[in-house]
Design a binder for this molecule. Structure first.
Ligand code: IMP
Length: 443
């Protein structure tokens, strides 16, 4: 069967801990979108591994697959694999031949375009990894795919077509100097060698066939979503979004396994007990003004600094219309709620239960970001819960969670319309209380 893990908010919900927990029960862990804009930390036997591209299951001896919906920077891929090998692991990572390649000019253009957009407040606050420009080329049918790196003739043809366009864009439109990142010969030599290494190490696969044969043999596959529903290119707060589909439908298009197979499995939405946001754009429940000290406190306590970029994240109360939107867009079968320990000991705990917009009460997100930005949250107050020994709580289980926190969790589950599968009460793997293992559910 399959289990799909999706972010229910704006990314950074703590998906890694659950992928880590349930990935242990899977045979294969596959990513279906995004690239090295996703940061996750895996702790194994006390050793910490920081990864941005390699699926975390690879650290635990699982097969890790980067599906066709991913955009792959092969240099990041090799440096992460080399680092894991240096530390004594033997990761088995496969890359879809249909996945698109992030080239050096994509990264340069990402930075240049963000800079230009910032004059009109349209910059998304990207991670600068070239994600958007690579997906643009994919949609523009001028991208270079992993499979193209394996055939020097095809690679040269593709580069000769696209690179002069990119150079003209950088030089003539944006007026910046270009260098080797925009040079056909230099790129050809470098990426042909990358293709050779991919071949030598038998790393490339037809992702759909590869995963399909595992599933045919009765294996368990975990689809690991990166980022979150509200920064999905279709369902998120456009244009302050990433350029892929983190929502569960992406697991089908991004791997070559059909939606009925994904839908027969479980789709678990990961929820952070409050909101954090690393990028730009509106945020109705953001803690600002008089609440800035509270935001600073939560940021520090929750370690809310970007994993990839180190940027301090913006903080807000839980946005429940956003969760209702995620529940529908992903057809969630269960949720995991993280970081309830971070809210412990506060004087007040609130959630944005609904929005007021132009005299109307809304229970889900409006489709335009401009309207979302004008939403006034209707805050609902919860009785706060005390600081407790969360390690002991994790050992004892759900009943040891302070009552007021239980009321909060039950409210969230009822509003989302999905049962709670797990609760994160601390950063360590052992600090996740598991109520349901989705691989053991009869979906
Ligand atoms: P990009 O994905 O680098 O193009 O960035 C586009 C938007 O998505 C920006 O607002 C980023 O901050 C956000 N973003 C990308 N990856 C992540 C992530 O892993 N967590 C949270 N936000 C992300």
């Amino acid at each position: 069967m399959t289990v799909t893990i999706v972010g229910s908010q704006l990314g950074d919900e703590g998906k890694g801990a659950l992928v880590d927990l349930w990935g242990g029960d899977a045979d294969v862990v596959a990513r279906y979108q995004g690239g090295d804009n996703a940061g996750h930390t895996v702790v194994e036997d006390g050793d910490e591994y920081k990864l941005s591209l390699v699926p975390s299951g690879a650290v635990r001896g699982k097969v890790g697959v980067l599906g066709n919906g991913c955009v792959v920077n092969p240099k990041t891929l090799f440096s992460e694999i080399d680092e894991l090998r240096k530390r004594g692991l033997d990761p088995d990572v496969r890359v879809a031949r249909r996945a698109h390649v992030i080239l050096p000019y994509h990264r340069r253009l990402d930075g240049i375009e963000e800079e230009v957009k910032s004059d009109s407040d349209l910059d998304a606050g990207t991670t600068g990894r070239g994600i958007g420009p690579t997906y643009e080329d994919k949609a523009g049918r001028r991208g270079i795919r992993i499979g193209d790196l394996l055939d020097p003739e095809v690679l040269r043809d593709r580069l000769e077509y696209v690179v002069p366009q990119k150079r003209a864009l950088a030089e003539d439109v944006y007026g910046v100097d270009t260098g080797e990142a925009f040079d056909v010969e230099a790129l050809f030599e470098e990426y042909r060698a990358i293709g050779e290494r991919l071949t030598e190490e038998s790393m490339t696969v037809n992702a759909g066939e590869f995963l399909g044969s595992y599933l045919d043999d009765g294996a368990d596959v975990l689809f690991e979503g990166a980022q979150g529903t509200s920064i999905d290119i279709d369902h998120g707060i456009y244009p302050y979004v990433t350029s892929s589909n983190p929502t569960a439908g992406g697991a089908a298009t991004g791997t070559g396994i059909g939606p009925t197979v994904v839908g027969r499995g479980e789709v678990v939405g990961i929820v952070k007990a409050y909101l954090s946001r690393v990028g730009t754009g509106p945020l109705p429940t953001e803690l600002t003004g008089d609440d800035e000290d509270l935001a600073d406190y939560i940021r520090e306590k929750g370690g809310e600094f970007g994993t990839v970029t180190g940027r301090p994240r913006r903080i807000g109360w839980l946005d429940v219309p956003m969760l209702r939107h995620a529940a529908r867009a992903n057809s969630l079968t269960g949720i995991a709620v993280n970081h309830i320990d971070v809210l412990a000991g506060l004087d007040e705990v609130k959630v944005g239960h609904s929005y007021d917009l132009d005299g109307e009460e809304l229970f889900t997100m409006p489709a335009t970001t401009e309207r979302w930005g004008r939403c006034e949250p209707n805050l609902r107050e919860f009785e706060p819960w005390p600081e407790v020994d969360w390690t002991a709580v994790a050992e004892e289980g759900y009943d040891a969670i302070p009552e007021n926190a239980q009321a909060y969790l039950e409210y969230v589950s009822a509003e989302v319309g999905a049962p709670i599968y797990a609760i994160g009460v601390g950063p360590d793997r052992a600090e996740t209380i598991e109520l349901v293992n989705p691989f053991n559910e009869d979906a």
